[in-house]
Ligand binder design. Structure first.
Ligand SMILES: Nc1ncnc2c1ncn2[C@@H]1O[C@H](COP(=O)(O)OP(=O)(O)OP(=O)(O)O)[C@@H](O)[C@H]1O
Length: 807
């Protein structure tokens, strides 16, 4: 079915490094001019000229500009086939609780566009030389060859005798000065400014930039120029503070018993009873990242406040337990009688809040010692219910005999408006005023008590409670955990950090004291699988004596002397990329799903579902040779799309094309009701559903037990997004398979060797596959039925729209 991709041998000219030059590049050759790869079972890349071509695209105004990216897109008629799936809204998946849409990084495509603009400017500049207009002949003579043609000149107007004489004079002047202009033009055409960038087909059909040598400048040679300064936009390790430059590195193999944390006094470590209780919950040994993070967060006998901890560790490596255990321990030990809000855990989505709550509940139970201690109370705030309901769940109101307080309350109420209140915080002052207005027994005041010790919340809802919930205060908070930190810090989320941080500064005596030490203050734990190293973002957290813990990707990380990758993938993750025809992507997906490597349905099911023709849909033999995990009887698959809209349409299309898959398929989008989402996730975890089509809503953090495959139907928008998506499988030391369907136009930057792939640390390599000729032929045969399915989908969508319009 698929054939192994064998990269071509590169010629010396392909490897030519672009000369560093401050001069802007010349126009880019459009993709349309590139050789079109044909499909066959064993992929042989298109022929390339041994030397870089000098055929440039001229951005002639009269002709109109050619967008090399657009030029490569398939014809409109073809595009219509998949347009139903691509009419997409903004990716609003994670926009709950006031979240902002993810800002996409500037990808190489965008950079190409920028280069074009620059080139245009450059060209414009070349049409004049030192302010003197240059005609075509001259330009050709000096080798620029890229002068804007003035078409109006071609229509020769009838000239009067005076004009004729004037024109003759002009010609004479031009002739006389021609050689002078030529020399001047040559002098101005330095080798740098004459350099040109071409887009060529690189290895694997990827596009790459190639410098083309400029035409020779005869005569005046340019003055020697100082070597251009190459600026690295990223801070190097030397520019970073030492805690960031020299993190605590953990080998992925360093698993240890929970009782065996080094450097801890016995009374501060975890007792064998706790370890036994952890084992009953499935935590038999501490995972690598836990062996370092847990001891760092447990109390230690030291003279100064223990510092904050940042954790960069692969998806599924057990980061949640690494913070939940020490936080729950600290709060359980020191909180025997009074419930106060002592720990805040902030996560970006409701699903993650619920998941973290489950782990904290487990830990609270374990540290309650079978009822010997008061169990720490865990609450959530995420906007799944009304604010009022959440307020009731979080804060308790009671009347207290307090004649003095009662008097001051009456006094405040007698003053005008908010005069008696803290006017710096107007919103809060208004709440206080409203509370004062509530009638109580004589000589009584209202007192508020937190109902929870640990609050797990989304940032938006947290801000709402801080601003609107009477009695909700952070005065006793001594833990702030920010999970999925790069997302929470990189986006606005109602400027949550700006609201929360000042509330953590105020300090009542002993309010933030940590147990078993005589130290007090707020400890911060910041985590992500794609941890940001951006000091500007981290600065907002006001970190104190921070330590960064990094889980190594491979055993020899750090030993090779090379700079370790920014993000590491799970060790047992296998990655495969399949080059797909954009117009037939759903067919590729269906075929992959039904293959023996994924769902394990018969390979000719596609034929049955799509066509009456039950002939084989192509040989799988070549793919079978590739070692892949054998499909379990009940493989489960998570498919990611780029938006809610695509997820909904793709689900429906798959169901139309294959009712057998439709019966085990669920859809998860942020537009769905929360209760519905919860139900779908539960059915998927229970194995009732085996295929889940989802938007990026659950790309981060979600722990789906025994998820075997992740399929990127649409390319993720960033490296971080890829790391999180594929990290839904191969978790907790299990193996997993990630598949990515890609087209050149959307993904060449991603698979190309270079900065993008260097940022990801992986044990193996990405296997690249192309479908065989036979398979492509089979797709063509079934294309009619596929188009019918699309038509049905279109009709359904139109009907739905009509109904919505009527309502
Ligand atoms: N010590 C342990 N022993 C066994 N299983 C564990 C242990 N620690 C964590 N796990 C399990 O590993 C899985 C992944 O853990 P967790 O969700 O905390 O990963 P994560 O590092 O937070 O991943 P992500 O970055 O995707 O959020 C969970 O199912 C969890 O129960």
């Amino acid at each position: 079915m698929y054939s192994r991709y064998i990269p071509p041998k590169s010629t010396p000219s392909q490897g030519k490094a672009p000369a560093a030059s401050p001069a802007p590049p010349e126009p880019i050759q459009p993709k349309a001019a590139l050789p079109i790869p044909i499909s066959y079972s064993r992929y042989i890349p298109p022929q390339k000229p041994s030397a870089p071509t000098k055929q440039h695209l001229h951005f002639d105004d009269a002709e109109g500009e050619v967008d090399p990216i657009v030029a490569d897109r398939p014809p409109t008629k073809k595009a219509r086939l998949s347009e139903h799936l691509d009419e997409v809204d903004t990716p609003s998946d994670l926009l709950q609780d006031g979240q902002q849409p993810e800002v996409k990084p500037v990808e190489p495509e965008a950079r190409i566009e920028k280069t074009e603009k620059k080139s245009k400017k450059d060209k414009k500049a070349k049409s004049t030389i030192s302010g003197v207009p240059v005609d075509e002949d001259m330009a050709a003579a000096v080798g620029t060859g890229e002068v804007k043609r003035d078409k109006k000149k071609k229509k020769k107007p009838i000239k009067t005798p005076e004009e004729e004489t004037q024109a003759d004079d002009d010609d004479e002047i031009r002739r006389r000065h021609k050689s002078v202009f030529e020399k001047k033009a040559k002098a101005l055409t330095t080798p740098e400014s004459g350099e040109t960038l071409d887009v060529q087909v690189g290895e694997d059909g990827d596009l790459m930039m190639v410098d083309v040598a400029p035409e020779q400048a005869h005569g005046l040679e340019p003055l020697p120029q100082p070597a251009p300064v190459v600026l690295d936009p990223k801070p190097t390790y030397e520019t970073l503070p030492s805690w960031l430059a020299e993190p605590v590195r953990v080998s992925p193999k360093s698993i240890a018993p929970f009782t065996d944390f080094r450097g801890l006094a016995p009374e501060l470590g975890l007792t064998p009873e706790i370890a036994a209780a952890l084992a009953t919950k499935g935590y038999k040994q501490a995972f690598a990242v836990q062996t370092v993070v847990i001891p760092l967060l447990l109390p230690q006998h030291c003279k100064s406040m223990q510092g904050d901890v940042l954790v960069a560790a692969a998806t599924g490596s057990g980061k949640t337990l690494a913070y939940a255990l020490p936080v729950a321990r600290d709060i359980s030990l020191g909180n025997r009688h009074v419930t106060k809000l002592r720990a805040l855990v902030v996560l970006p989505t409701r699903e993650l809040v619920r998941q973290a709550r489950d782990v904290f509940e487990q830990m609270a139970g374990i540290f309650a010692h079978n009822g010997e201690r008061r169990r720490a109370k865990v609450g959530i705030a995420m906007g799944s219910q009304t604010l009022q309901k959440e307020q009731t769940a979080l804060v308790e109101r009671e009347e207290r005999l307090d004649p003095e307080g009662y008097e001051s309350r009456l006094k405040r109420l007698s003053l005008d408006e908010l005069d008696g209140y803290n006017t710096e915080d107007e919103e809060r002052a208004e709440i206080s005023r409203r509370e004062d207005e509530i009638s109580t027994l004589p000589d009584h005041t209202i007192d508020y008590k937190s109902k929870v010790d640990i609050l797990i919340c989304t940032p938006g809802r947290l801000v709402e409670h801080i601003k609107k919930t009477p009695g909700f205060c952070l005065d006793y908070v001594r833990w702030l955990v920010v999970d999925e930190a790069d997302k929470l810090l990189g986006q606005d989320f109602q400027q949550w950090l700006g609201v929360v941080m000042p509330k953590l500064r105020s300090s009542k005596p002993n309010a933030r004291s940590h147990m078993q030490t005589n130290l007090s203050g707020v400890r911060k734990v910041i985590l992500s699988a794609t941890m940001t190293r951006d000091l500007d973002l981290l600065a907002d957290l006001k970190l104190r004596r921070p330590k960064l813990v990094v889980l190594e990707g491979t055993e020899d990380d750090g030993e090779t002397g090379e700079r370790p990758a920014e993000h590491t993938l799970p060790q047992l993750l296998q990655e495969t990329a399949i080059k797909a025809d954009a117009n037939l992507k759903p067919m590729y997906l269906l075929d992959l799903l039904q293959s023996s490597h994924v769902l394990g349905l018969a390979t000719n099911t596609l034929a049955m579902d799509l066509s009456d023709d039950t002939s084989s849909s192509g040989s799988d033999s070549e793919l079978e040779e590739i070692s892949k995990p054998q499909p379990t009887a009940k493989s489960s698959i998570l498919i990611f799309t780029k938006s809610n809209e695509t997820a909904l349409r793709l689900s429906r299309l798959l169901s139309i094309m294959s009712p057998s898959i439709g019966s085990i398929l669920g859809t998860l989008t942020s537009t769905g009701a929360y209760a519905e989402r919860k139900k779908t996730l539960r059915s998927f975890s229970a194995g009732k559903l085996r295929v889940l089509v989802a938007s990026d809503l659950i790309a981060r953090g979600i722990d789906l037990p025994s998820l075997d495959h992740v399929i990127n139907y649409d390319m993720p928008v960033s490296i971080e997004s890829y790391v999180h998506r594929v990290g839904r499988t191969a978790r907790a030391g299990k193996s997993g398979q990630a598949w990515t369907l890609f087209t050149d136009s959307e993904a060449w930057w991603f698979w190309k060797k270079g900065p993008a792939s260097e940022r990801i640390g992986r044990v193996g390599q990405v296997e690249r596959l192309r479908v065989t000729e036979e398979k492509e032929a089979a797709f063509e045969v079934k294309r009619g039925r596929y188009e019918e399915a699309l038509e049905t989908l279109g009709k359904e969508a139109a009907e739905l729209k009509r109904q919505q319009h009527v309502r």
